[in-house]
Design a protein around this ligand. Structure first.
Ligand code: BG6
Length: 508
């Protein structure tokens, strides 16, 4: 691995505390960081390096998946961690970085590489990009990379403008647009499930699949992110990126190789095949919601409109449900129902593939009372499992059927501890220059194109019934109706059965 210098713009921000530094720490412990490695957190406020290290130690202890290893490894790891305070509008900052980068290169030779991680407010990204270009900090396309956090644009037009700007300044292969869901083990496993098993692929199409559901539910409210969320909403925050990416993994054709562009091309095909909604269809195919004040998880919670930095008349949605169609040969007529929201009853991301019902004519009517169609349910997080529902004979003298689940669980396979967090996988990919799990410019734009009609109609017609769902419930009633109209219901995960309980972590 090449010696690497990594700058984190937004080095004192929430993401650095909760995800980036804990991820780098875990990569370090597992030996996945290159020998010569230097992390520089960049923030606005002055702070001594020792104070920064102490702050980060606390965060790693709190947010790392292996806090018990901090005592043993922190001192060594922290030697790679530095802090600089800069005004990012000022040339001085970039001159400093340029000479530091030169020194690093002089010390470690041609192999050395530099990564700029932009975990900053969206309006700062173009400013930083221009300056990096101006100071020739990304002049070598093979040795310099930039990572962009979402949101990547606010709509199609702004995403295109940003892509055009970056395209003028850098090569596409230097630009890493993060969608952290793609780093999740369970999301990557969809490719293994689909393409490494001969079992599923032959029936993975409109002949056998009835419909697909994707749920990305959260119990949390917007958690002090009022000003960000007011300019976003559930559709932009979750559907445009994470949910559509999961849909792509389910719907894509088999890649001919695992080359980054091959996978990304196949996913792009899906985005381009998603039917663009006519404005007059938007109300039929979508539902939006906003949580009211009430009780959630046994706690009293304020309504969205009473949250900090939120307009008391806000029309921003905290829940979205959409019915999509993928208009290609494989998926003709198969609905893809997706829903996501804040303040829902469970933290649960899952994908449900429901197969067409088997003909039941051979069984006596009483045998088939509890007959249910086959279902493949992929638990993405926090439950990480795959369950296949099929019919079995109820033990006893009569031929009575009941649905049973065959479950593969990552946790019960004692793999819990070895699972890298999404950010670990993604940071490692950046360091190793592997862009497979990152969004290419055309993918981002295609995803904005998919949701554009919804955004436009929702903006044109402000909701009249907001807030329209109580916290701790599954969103507005219309979301049930969206799927019930077609004769289905939203799938949720069953409570954990004792035999599936996660294996207790061993003390190290
Ligand atoms: C982020 C959204 O991208 O994903 C948040 O901005 C959301 O609003 C988060 O809470 C969910 O991610 P995860 O990995 O916790 O499911």
């Amino acid at each position: 691995m090449s010696p690497t210098l990594i700058y984190i713009f937004g080095g004192t921000g929430d993401l650095a505390h909760r995800k980036l530094i804990p991820a780098l720490f875990n990569l370090y412990i597992d030996g996945y960081l290159p020998g010569p490695f230097r992390i520089v957190g960049i923030g606005r406020t002055e702070m001594a390096e020792t104070a920064y290290r102490q702050e980060m130690r606390k965060s790693v202890k709190e947010f790392s998946r292996r806090p018990e290893l901090v005592a043993q490894h922190w001192t060594k790891f922290s030697r790679t961690l530095h802090f600089q305070s800069h005004d990012l509008n000022n040339d001085k900052a970039y001159k400093g970085m340029a000479s530091e980068w030169k020194e690093f290169q002089a010390k470690h030779g041609e192999e050395a590489q530099v990564v700029f991680y932009l975990s900053v407010a969206p309006q700062l990204a173009p400013v930083i990009a221009r300056r990096l270009h101006q100071h020739k900090l990304c002049a070598d396309p093979h040795r310099s990379r930039m990572v962009f956090e979402k949101p990547f644009g606010h709509d199609l037009k702004s995403a295109q403008e940003l892509n055009r700007l970056l395209g003028r300044l850098f090569r596409e292969e230097q630009i890493y647009r993060i969608d952290h869901f793609l780093g999740k083990e369970t999301v990557q496993n969809i490719l293994a499930l689909r393409f490494a098993n001969a079992l599923f692929e032959p029936i993975w199409n409109a002949h056998y699949i009835d419909h697909v559901q994707i749920t990305a539910a959260e119990t949390v409210s917007i958690e002090n992110r009022g000003s960000y969320y007011e300019s976003s909403g559930a559709l932009r925050d979750m559907v445009q990126n994470h949910v559509l990416q999961m849909l792509c993994m389910i719907a894509m054709e088999a890649p001919i190789s695992f080359e980054a562009d091959e996978i990304r091309n196949k996913k792009l095909d899906v985005l381009q095949a998603i039917r663009k909604m006519h404005p007059e269809d938007v109300h039929r195919y979508t539902v939006r919601g906003q949580y009211a004040a009430g009780w959630s998880q046994g706690k009293k919670v304020v309504g969205y409109r009473e949250e900090k930095s939120v307009d008391p008349q806000s029309a921003v949605e905290t829940f979205a449900a959409v019915k999509f169609y993928v208009d290609n040969w494989r998926w003709k007529g198969v609905p893809f129902y997706v829903r996501t929201g804040k303040s829902l009853p469970a933290k649960e991301t899952l994908i449900t593939v429901q197969f067409k019902p088997a003909p039941d004519y051979a069984f006596p009517e009483e045998a088939a009372h509890t007959w249910r169609p086959n279902r493949l349910v992929i638990g993405i997080a926090p439950k990480m499992d795959i369950r296949l529902r099929f019919q079995a004979k109820q033990p006893g003298p009569h031929m009575t059927l009941r649905p049973v689940d065959m479950v593969f669980s990552y946790a019960t396979r004692e793999q819990e501890d070895c699972q890298p967090e999404a950010y670990e996988t993604l940071l490692q990919d950046v360091i190793e220059a592997n862009p497979t799990l990152f969004m290419r410019a055309d993918q981002v734009e295609a995803a904005w194109t998919v949701i554009r009609p919804i955004m436009e109609v929702w903006a044109d017609k402000p909701p009249v019934d907001f807030p329209n769902y109580a916290p701790g419930t599954w969103g507005p009633e219309d979301a049930e109706a969206l799927i019930a109209r077609d004769g289905f219901n939203w799938a949720t995960l069953p409570e954990t059965h004792p035999s599936e309980a996660p294996v207790k972590k061993k003390k190290s």
